[in-house]
Write a protein that binds this ligand. Structure first.
Ligand SMILES: [Fe+2]
Length: 269
């Protein structure tokens, strides 16, 4: 029987620090601090719940959820990210797929998945690239986006998978990567909503993921942007880890980067 030993949420994009050097440095230091906290729990495997960016999942094939079951992954190389091989955990990926099947999900399994910045930025800047990873992808790019309720049901299934289907002593960290508020290629393009970002983090600090779930995707998108719906991944990490509370690690309203950027640690039982 394995266990979720650490969990968190983080934004998964970095851009040029030019003109915003101090806040950019706080972001980089914040992601590193989140990584330090997660690594203190000595995880054997890192499950990253994130979104794709029309690289692996595009209009030709539109699965709602994908889980990686490969022994290793080659990064896509977007944003000039080095394409050095990243170890994967087939064992935990398969455990998630099998449990999900029992729980009424038809997960798309991926033997190959090119890790884009949504996974690579967190891995690299949290200092966790040596830990075998399991990508869990939520397709927020094509309609219909999985409902918040459906996402948390999958998160609960992921916890069951780790607790029932992984080897004794398997220590797993779960990170939701995405958000915070941002509007991309739509009328409010470039806006940042600090109000939304703090609301999301404050609810998760209080262990109140359900409040965010109850909002539903329409309200999340209205208040946080079409790409702000990536916070579904934070909600999933909080629910998977049964976080009763959390702590803000960092937050910057990075208007120069067109998004609020933050990170949180979720307190696991
Ligand atoms: Fe993203």
């Amino acid at each position: 029987m394995g266990k979720i030993v650490a969990a968190g949420g983080t934004s998964h994009i970095l851009m040029s620090p030019k003109g915003c050097e101090e806040s950019a440095a706080r972001v980089v230091n914040g992601i590193a601090e989140l990584g330090r906290r997660l690594k203190e729990a000595r995880p054997d495997v890192l499950v990253i719940i994130t979104s794709d960016h029309m690289f692996n999942i595009n209009l030709s094939m539109q699965p709602r959820f994908v889980v990686g079951i490969a022994d290793s992954y080659t990064p896509m190389g977007d944003m000039d990210i080095p394409r050095d091989l990243v170890p994967g955990s087939r064992e935990v990926g398969r455990a998630i797929a099998l449990q999900a099947d029992e729980d009424g999900f038809d997960l798309c399994q991926a033997e190959e998945y090119s890790l884009d910045h949504g996974i690579m930025i967190p891995i690299l800047f949290m200092g966790m690239k040596e830990i075998p990873v399991v990508p869990v992808i939520v397709n927020i790019n094509t309609d219909p986006i999985p409902s918040a309720r459906r996402c948390v049901a999958l998160a609960e299934s992921i916890r069951q998978a780790i607790e029932k289907r992984t080897p004794d002593g398997c220590r797993v960290a779960v990170v939701g990567a995405g958000g915070l508020s941002h509007w991309l290629c739509v009328p409010r393009h470039g806006e940042v909503s600090e109000k939304f970002d703090h609301m999301v983090m404050d609810e998760l600090v209080r262990g109140n993921a359900e409040k965010l779930v109850a909002m539903g995707n329409e309200a999340i998108i209205d208040q946080g942007g079409n790409a702000g719906v990536e916070i579904l991944t934070w909600i999933m990490a909080a629910v998977a880890s049964e976080a009763s509370s959390g702590e803000k690690v960092f937050y910057e309203a990075m208007t120069q980067w067109f998004t609020g950027i933050g990170g949180m640690e979720f307190h696991v039982k």
